[in-house]
Design a protein around this ligand. Structure first.
Ligand SMILES: NC(=O)c1ccc[n+]([C@@H]2O[C@H](COP(=O)([O-])OP(=O)(O)OC[C@H]3O[C@@H](n4cnc5c(N)ncnc54)[C@H](OP(=O)(O)O)[C@@H]3O)[C@@H](O)[C@H]2O)c1
Length: 402
């Protein structure tokens, strides 16, 4: 018996194909849904109770971890889990660690969307131990062409690598169309010209969406953004720029729309080059500046001083106390963006009395424990409010997914 968990855009037609191929199938979906010819189970644990193979087709790593944790009490020793969502190799490795050793795991994400899922013409990218692959080879063939990539996690890794080309290519075309429109180029002619180049296949695929707007969702825009977030490209890559464009479209409310909604979005939205940040974990500014800005993969944190939320100096005449307070504020602002002092590229300190440098230095060494960043320390005659003895600003490199 095969258990199928997740009946979304892809899962429902895939489960249906298994039934049509004559397999005994039990299905479960968070929002109750049925598949004709399959038994519907009320919980993941009940869905997997009799299963030799358990297939998961869920949105993202969190969903897969949640559902498999719920299924765990029902899993039979000797069962093989075939994880077909796009969750990346790290999540696959985590699943392996969490599953009992008697349960096999194959990562088998797919290329192709809803129609190929209906037709059984997906490309399945399978990774796993030879014995586990052997046990699901025939079943995977029901979904399309199976490519056995290698050991555990290799299918998931291959899928992210492939999406790193396919998703940005669509975003690039969306930006090209927006650029053409803005420069007065006729979009139909632009598509005709591009259609005659090596981009032809992609152009023809998205042309209906460009001309008539996005179709009913097949591949959700938020899932495309998720694929590029999982691929964790460095900030400067084209794929990272495409990821940010899609995250921006998701924030604009298009996450549930088909990925081709990026065509309309690219024409109207400009991803702001500089984002202003005012985390609530530190006292608010006076409104004339932001606590931090981020741009081009860097975080710029404003000079921090020892003022409490009411604007009163903390630790008047006490350099150690003021330094502690300032380093704590910097730490909180960095943490708000997923950074630590290890991510700081440059630190600039202003002291009103350089003879107290050692007191500040001792505090700083408690916070910056690794290899020190580039640094500038200067004495200034005064800071912007009487009683302030120190002001420190930092620049940090943002993690790749921000
Ligand atoms: N659509 C495509 O063209 C395509 C192509 C290749 C690969 N993929 C990948 O295949 C996977 C599924 O895609 P899809 O298009 O079928 O997605 P979908 O239509 O959004 O379906 C997502 C499924 O995940 C379930 N789910 C989400 N969060 C959950 C949670 N916390 N607990 C339990 N269930 C949860 C949903 O349940 P509810 O129904 O209750 O919301 C639904 O069954 C994704 O990883 C996607 O990236 C998609």
């Amino acid at each position: 018996m095969i258990s199928f968990l997740g009946l979304g855009h892809m899962g429902a037609p895939m489960a249906r194909r298994l039934v049509e191929a004559g397999h005994k199938v039990t299905v479960w979906n968070r929002t109750p849904r049925t598949v004709e010819g399959a038994v519907t189970a009320p919980s993941p644990a009940e869905a997997v109770a009799e299963a030799e193979l358990v297939i998961t087709m869920l949105s993202d790593p969190a969903a897969v971890k949640r559902v498999l944790a719920d299924a765990a009490p029902g899993l039979r020793p000797g069962a093989v889990i075939v994880e077909m969502s796009t969750i990346g190799p790290e999540a696959v490795a985590e699943l392996r660690d969490r599953l009992p050793s008697q349960v096999g795991l194959v990562d088998a994400p797919v290329l192709g969307s809803v129609q190929p899922a209906r037709d059984g013409t997906l490309t399945v990218l399978a990774g796993g131990l030879p014995g586990d692959l052997e046990r699901c080879r025939e079943i995977l063939g029901v979904f399309g062409q199976v490519r056995e990539i290698g050991g555990p996690g290799s299918g998931a890794a291959m899928k992210l690598a492939v999406m790193s080309a396919m998703v940005p290519a669509q975003v690039l075309l969306a930006e090209t169309v927006a650029y053409g429109e803005a420069s007065g180029v006729d979009v139909g002619t632009l598509l005709d010209v591009l259609g005659g180049t090596f981009l032809g296949a992609l152009v023809e695929r998205v042309r209906p969406a460009i001309e008539n707007g996005p179709p009913e969702t097949r591949y959700g825009l938020a899932l495309a953004a998720k694929d590029l977030v999982l691929a964790s490209h460095e900030t400067q890559t084209l794929a990272a720029a495409a990821r940010d464009r899609l995250l921006d479209a998701t924030a604009a409310g298009l996450g549930g729309a088909d990925v081709t909604a990026v065509f309309g979005h690219a024409a109207t939205a400009r991803v702001p080059r500089v984002k202003k940040l005012n985390p609530t974990s530190v006292p608010a500014t006076n409104g004339y500046y932001s606590h931090a800005t981020k741009a081009a993969g860097l975080l710029f944190v404003s000079g921090q001083v020892a003022l409490d939320p009411a604007g009163k100096v903390v630790g008047e005449g006490d350099m150690t106390r003021q330094s502690e307070y300032v380093m704590d504020l910097l730490e909180r602002i960095l943490a708000d963006q997923g950074c630590t002092f290890d991510d700081v590229t440059h630190i600039r300190t202003h002291l009103t009395d350089m003879s107290l440098l050692a007191e500040y230095g001792a505090v700083r060494q408690r916070h910056i424990t690794g290899e020190p960043p580039a640094s500038t320390t200067v004495e200034v005659s005064r800071l912007f409010q009487p009683g302030l003895m120190i002001e420190v600003e930092v620049i940090a490199a943002l993690p790749a997914t921000r």
